[in-house]
Design a protein around this ligand. Structure first.
Ligand code: ZN
Length: 386
């Protein structure tokens, strides 16, 4: 029944082989992990998406129905299209102490270390179980993990601690920003440009809104501030505009997308309400005087909560202890940690590889990072035994 034991490097090679770009299925990878664990007598539970094309995987080593430490990672990777790779991105290549391949840093390196550690976890007499929690669709807005988190406290035990193994070069990250993306669709009324008074100009309304968004942006630069972040404040900016049809037509429609990177403590709902109130007060009435059918719809296209572990986090204390460090870091990129933390599982981010390599052509992870992570997980097992 028992399959061969694989090193983290061998597992990394296998995982990189699966092209799990977010828009593709991750089921082949999930089946591989399921088989690997089943051969060791570890049962998996899957949370499959409605289409049946993707799944989260949850498994427990050690006592059942006891809240344990979850090793969390996403199985999906970003596309390689348009990137100039030296070798096949889906075949692990070793050069100069580095492993090259899509997802090596972000974040199949961590998945491989976690899976490679399972036989060691099984040899121990774990008092605190160790969970494997692998998600899908992280790269497109931390979408996939949400139905798995919804199972915590229901079909799955809610983890006592979540270690999110995103690439931090094995340093301890206890805070990150939360991205929120809005989509604003403005519909006015078209008219011949020479008859401007007969139309409701959607771009003019968008211009009003841009002014307000700039005000919010400036306010966010002042407060709240946290010098651990770079930049040390929340940012808000318009990231895309589409509007108008021709130079001789009053623009009937305009779409504005804007992006917030919220510091922990910045409430996106307050910004959402402010924008809605501004639009209702300053943009729509003017348009509706001419065109009663004018509409402005505002929606949040995606939202990932910011993450702050807080001062007395058991997760952070454990990670610092296992990593032999005494300093934590804050980062500007988002992870699933905010979602876990908000769902009631104290979380921390620490994983092998450098975020600077993530999403790049010739993405790589240093061999030494894999070794460091494996050492960290060995010490986690020591801790979980006692
Ligand atoms: Zn990632």
């Amino acid at each position: 029944m028992k399959g061969p034991n694989y090193s983290a490097t061998e597992l990394l090679a296998r995982l990189v082989n699966f092209d799990t770009t977010s828009h593709k299925s991750n089921m082949a990878l999930v089946r591989f992990v399921e088989d690997y664990l089943a051969q060791r007598g570890v049962a998996c539970q899957l949370v499959v998406n409605p289409e049946g094309s993707k799944a989260n995987l949850f498994a427990t080593v050690g006592p059942a129905n006891v809240p344990g430490v979850a090793l969390s990672g996403h199985t999906d990777v970003v596309p390689v299209e348009g990137q100039n790779w030296t070798s096949d991105p889906f075949v692990l290549a070793e050069r100069d102490g580095r492993f090259y391949g899509r997802g090596t840093a972000d974040m199949k390196g961590f998945l491989a270390c976690a899976l490679a550690a399972v036989p060691d976890f099984q040899r121990r007499k774990l008092k605190v179980p160790i969970h494997i929690a692998f998600s899908y669709d992280e790269e497109i807005g931390c979408i996939g993990v949400r139905p798995m988190i919804a199972e915590f406290g229901n079909n799955f035990v809610k983890p006592r601690i979540v270690i999110v193994g995103e690439p931090t070069s094995m340093t301890v990250v206890d805070a990150h920003k939360g991205p929120v993306r809005w989509q604003v669709d403005i519909e006015g009324r078209a008219a011949h440009s020479s008859m401007a008074h007969l139309g409701a100009n959607a771009i003019t309304a968008a211009g009003n809104l841009l002014g307000e968004l700039r005000l919010i942006e400036k306010e966010l630069m002042v407060a709240p501030r946290d010098d651990r972040f770079d930049p040390p404040h929340a940012t808000l900016q318009v990231v895309r505009i589409n509007g108008g049809t021709a130079t001789n037509i009053v623009p009937v429609s305009c779409r504005v997308d804007f992006d917030l990177r919220a510091l922990p403590g910045v409430d996106a709902n307050i910004i959402d309400q402010r924008v809605r109130a501004f639009v209702a007060r300053e943009c729509l009435p003017e348009m509706q005087q001419v065109a009663p059918e004018a509409r402005i719809s505002i929606s949040i296209a995606n939202q990932v909560p910011p993450f702050a572990a807080g001062a007395n986090s058991e997760a952070v204390a454990l990670a610092l202890n296992l990593a032999g460090q005494n300093e934590t870091h804050a980062v500007s990129y988002a992870t699933e940690a905010g979602l876990f933390q908000d769902a009631g599982s104290p979380s921390v981010v620490i994983g092998p590889g450098d975020i600077a390599q993530a999403h790049t052509a010739d993405e790589w992870i240093a061999k030494e990072q894999i070794e460091k992570c494996s050492g960290f997980l060995g010490r986690l097992a020591d801790w979980a035994e006692n």
